[in-house]
Design a binder for this molecule. Sequence first.
Ligand code: HEM
Length: 538
Amino acid sequence: MGAEPFVSHQLAMVVESLPPLSAILFTVAALAIGAFTVYFYGPSWRVRRVPGPLALPLIGHLPLFAKHGPEVFIVLARKYGPIYRFHLGRQPLVMVASPELCREVGIKKFKSIPNRSMPTPIRSSPVHHKGLFFTRDSRWQSMRNVLVSIYQPSHLASLIPVIQPYVERAGHLLHHGQEITFSDLTLKLFSDTIGQVAFGVDFGLTKDTTTASTPTTESVDNAATDFIQKHFYATTSLKMDLSGSLSIVLGQFIPFLQEPVRQLLMRVPGTADQRMEETNMAMSGLLDNIVAERAAQSDRGEKNFLSVLLNARESSEAMKKLFTPDYVSALTYEHLLAGSVTMSFTLSSLVYLVAMHPEVEVKLLREIDAFGPNEVVPDAEELQTKFPYVEQVLKETMRFFTVSPLIAREASEDVEIGGYVLPKGTWVWLAPGVLAKDPEQFPDPYVFRPERFDPENGECKRRHPYAFIPFGIGPRACIGQKFSMQQLKLVIIHLYRHYVFRHSPKMEVPLQFQFSIVVNFKHGVKLQVIDRKILCKQ
Ligand code: HEM
């Protein structure tokens, strides 16, 4: 017998002993379904005891989100109570929606839940990874300890003369009878002020090109303008709903595919992923240049965040290791991100709401006018003590339209919250937007009533201390809270000293929102400007 017939015979025997093709297919299919089930239901299984609506395969509760928008979290809290599950695609979130449970997560059990989970849009955007927001554990703690010193009252007070010229400059852009998209102006204004406070650079966005009067700062160059445009694009592209780039959308359903697909699509011309990558690269390059230039300056002073950070970096070897150039860039950029969109949304909401409530406007103007002549700029202490009604209007605005209705946290060990044991790795999200509309804490929650924040008011006295947390809670709360309030008051006082506002006929009713990493207006806030001097003469 030759070798060939022998081999064929052996092969035939092997093939005969194999299961039929259908059996193989069946096994493969069963394995695939098993793997699919484990992958998609594993995370849900771990938190199955927490109540919540039935989650659809792959898309979880995203259809509910599409139907109700951010209000969905209020709807679900009413139905399931203060702790419930919400599935963002495959990822289950344990939502915490009562003041007491927020205190438990944010303060009492902070050690078990010290970090933030990284939402899908941010995973696509490396420029955001090394800021304070997403840094974790001991590195976060060390960075925060240094950065907190920058927000000391004395430093904040010194920022008023730095910011005021920008506020006045933006004010000069307003004219009686003018129709403006006010939210665009405020985004430019706060990008300009934070540009100065964070980088020591004048982005020149509110510069009146028809006059020569501008604050005396470093020159406005094309690189800065280019940078800020890229920043606007990068920020508005980080959508949490299903309108983001393909890799972001995919990340909601099949997270492990997000990065490979992003890597692929960013090489394909015309895709949103490619545009985002180009923007991120260009922005990182520009940021690194700004940081390198400032690092090379010997007398950089202490007037802006970047200089303070670079000075801290040079103070010891440990600091040098902590604040490597990439972290310095990310932290400085984070200021711009955190301090422009949030502030613009809050101020635009305030002016929108005051325009709808003449009785609030009258009280606000009375308090502002009583302070003194228009030329006198209040100092930090006066801002804190002489404008209680401005503060109430601001707080009520932040309650009414909460810019950050969800706060992302993640358990770093097994932890018990509200009677449920949540395993390590669970995404535990706080819901300040739900608390803000709780009728027990805020009677008639859909009525805009600043007086509810008057400390002498019974409603205010009865309220739980953590019912109102627009800046978050505990050691991880917003580091810029005092800075924000100071700056917002400064702008409100300046604006209302000169103008009042009415809704433009072009303003949509009701106002529509867009949910990206923070809430924003879909079509902007459109207003008519009324010069108070002209109003008085009429
Ligand atoms: C109206 C204005 C603002 C609002 C409503 C706001 C809200 C928030 C919220 C809700 C958080 C999460 C807190 C938590 O997890 O408990 C946060 C964190 C943070 N905010 Fe703000 N913010 C505002 C303005 C600013 C400004 C102006 C800056 C910087 C100049 C800033 C810098 C930060 C940083 C760095 C964090 C992360 C803190 C950490 O993880 O340690 N924010 N903010």
